[in-house]
Design a protein around this ligand. Structure first.
Ligand SMILES: [Mg+2]
Length: 278
C-alpha cells in the first residue's frame, strides 16, 4: 500500500487527514471506472457515515440525473441521496436561477438530464426567443443542432457551458467530450462561453454552501489533476488525487495535489492509520 503524502511543506493544520470535516468527491475514476466499483467502495462510505463526514459527489458529467447516479451507486451497494449528488447540469441550473427569474427561456444543447436540470429550477426549455444557450455533451449531435445553437448565440443569447473536458475515457479509448462540442459552437458563434464545471471553483463553492462547509476543513477528491485538483485549489480546498482514473502520479506531483493515493482503498487505509495514531 502506498500512503505517501507528497507535500511535506503544508502547514501542520492542513497535513492531517483527521482535520477534514467535509468532502467533495468526483465519481468516475474515483468511486468506479465504468461499471466496476473501486476496492473498498462500500467500506469507504461506511467510514464517512460512521464518522459523520458530510459529502457531495460532484461531477462534470451532465448526461445523467442525480437519481440515475443514486441508482448506479445502489447497484454497488452504496446508499446516497439525490441531494448528495451535484452534476454540472444541476450546478448550472442552480447558479443561473439566482440571476434569472423563473420562466426564463433557455435553449439546451445537451442530453435530457440537462434539460431536466434546467426545468427543475424553473427554466423553460425552448428553441427560439431564448435568453441563454446551455451547452454540454450531446451524444446525438448533428448539424441542425449546431446550427440552432450557433444562430441563437449569434442572435444575442448568453452562451453557458457546463464544462469543457475535451475527452471522455472509455474501453475503446478517448472519445469526444463536452469540450469538443463546445469548441464547435465557439468556433461557429465567435463567442466564448461562461464555464461552470471544474476546474472553475464554482461547483466546489456551491457544494460547500450546501453543506455549510469551510474551505479550510474541506477536501476535494478527484482523479483528474486539470479539473478536480485544479478546481479544488482554486476553491481553497485540500486536494486529494487518486491514481485510479485519468491522471498519473507524475501529473499529480506536478499539479501539487496535497495528497496522492493509489485509490480510495489506499486513502481509507491512511485515514484510519492517522486516526489510530492520534
Ligand atoms: Mg473523474
Amino acid at each position: 500500500m502506498n500512503t505517501d503524502n507528497v507535500n511535506q511543506n503544508l502547514p501542520e493544520i492542513m497535513k492531517s487527514l483527521t482535520k477534514i470535516t467535509h468532502l467533495i468527491i468526483d465519481m468516475d475514476g474515483v468511486l468506479y471506472v465504468g461499471d466496476k466499483p473501486m476496492p473498498c467502495l462500500k467500506e469507504f462510505f461506511a467510514f464517512l457515515r460512521e464518522r459523520s463526514i458530510p459529502f457531495i459527489l460532484a461531477t462534470n458529467n451532465s448526461t445523467r440525473t442525480p437519481q440515475e447516479y443514486v441508482k448506479k451507486l445502489a447497484g454497488m451497494d452504496v446508499k446516497v441521496s439525490p441531494t448528495e449528488i451535484l452534476a454540472s447540469g444541476q450546478a448550472v441550473a442552480r447558479l443561473l436561477a439566482r440571476e434569472y427569474p423563473s420562466g426564463t427561456r433557455v435553449h439546451v444543447f445537451g442530453m435530457p438530464a440537462l434539460k431536466q436540470a434546467m426545468m427543475d429550477e424553473g427554466f423553460v426549455v425552448a428553441d427560439e426567443n431564448v435568453k441563454l444557450v446551455i451547452a454540454s455533451m450531446d451524444r446525438e449531435v448533428n448539424y441542425q443542432k449546431l446550427k440552432t445553437a450557433t444562430l441563437l448565440i449569434r442572435g444575442g443569447a448568453r452562451f453557458i457551458a457546463t464544462n469543457i473536458d475535451p475527452t471522455v475515457p472509455s474501453e475503446e479509448g478517448l472519445l469526444p467530450g463536452t469540450g469538443s462540442m463546445i469548441a464547435a459552437l465557439e468556433t461557429a458563434s465567435g463567442e466564448k462561453p461562461k464555464i461552470v464545471g471544474k476546474p472553475e471553483p464554482t461547483m466546489y463553492q456551491l457544494a460547500m454552501e450546501q453543506m455549510a462547509a469551510q474551505p479550510s476543513t474541506t477536501a476535494a477528491i478527484g482523479d483528474r489533476v486539470d479539473t478536480d485538483i485544479l478546481g479544488g485549489q482554486r476553491a481553497g480546498l485540500t486536494t486529494i488525487c487518486v491514481l485510479s482514473g485519468s491522471s498519473s502520479r507524475v501529473e499529480a506531483e506536478i499539479g501539487k495535489a496535497d495528497y496522492i493515493f493509489t485509490d480510495i482503498a489506499d486513502l481509507l487505509h491512511a485515514w484510519k492509520n492517522e486516526l489510530r495514531s492520534h
